[in-house]
Design a protein. Sequence first.
Length: 382
Amino acid sequence: MAVKSYEKDGKSLWMVYVNVRHPTVPGVRKQSKIKGLKTESAALQEEKKLLQRLTSELMSEADLGPTWGEVVNAWELDFRSSEHPEIAKATFDDHLSILRRWTAEFEDVRLKEMGRAEVKQLLKRIEREQKSRSFTIKLKAGINRVFNWAIDEGRVKGIVVLPTESLKVGKWVEDKPPEILNIEEIRLFLSEAKKLEHPWYPIWAVALLTGMRSGELQALLWTDLDFTKSMITVSKSFDKRTRLIKTTKAGYWRNVPMSDELKSFLLKLRKSNPGVKNVLPQFNVWKKGEQARVIRAFCKGMGLPSIRFHTLRACFATQLLSNNIAPARVMKICGWKDLKTMERYVRLAGIDERGATDTLKLGTDEDAMAEVIDLFKFKADR
């Protein structure tokens, strides 16, 4: 607090400044200034009134707790300044980006004043924007993370029920079948890429014959291949955001058996590229995450359906399923955690879903791969 005199237009005037901080809540304060008072006595009286008013406002606002914007900022600062093994940095950055973009309207809203009605309206707006169901679920999860963090850290008190509780995300309706290539299109795709000596041909071929994810293929080393046992160990993945090697998406390693076609192809590839550590070419455009643009351009030129890189993994799975490989065995090879993802590929493969669960018997990966269609057996005129 301060009462000071100052000169203006040849006259002596008085100014009052009051700054009040909350005694127990860090960072919460109120401040105000009054100028143009004619006497010191008037300034002292105003100082007393201002102190009472600011103290009252401060305590009322402190009872309401911090705003959504303040908590999100504090949540980010806490994450960046300490270790949080329960959430990956990429996942955190995704949540933060979505929250900044889609919850800006709550910036100055107190957490205690954010209820189901407000969040429900937000979810309805996202639905009108035709955002995907997975996006909506991610936003809802981000809001939950922030609220739970604020409660655990004592930033807000008195919240028993989260504003997202009991709010259901609408069912996702597929307006069209996902991108996929049938077996003839796969053969045409590979044969043309090979004939044209496309630089991405080795990458696409290995993707189609292993079902590995893009990042897993980028991180694949020759030391991960056991040609004696005809087995590939998938234990790591390249993260295009951090440009670092991390664990696989599922968080655990798995084995992918080599078919005879794949084994022969890889042996030739190793012989033609001696001394390199990585199995596949390391293109900068791939490291930037632009592999979909390359494959779409190629497909357009060949008159094939436009697909993204991840479609090659779907092609691998559907071809296994089409050849009566049990979904549980395909899950094991591809590294999926549950059957929810598999349901989509079961439909794509044209399998009766009610009968598919009858085949859920775990078998050896080698047996499964022995039944894979020989994708590299092309007609002589191609």
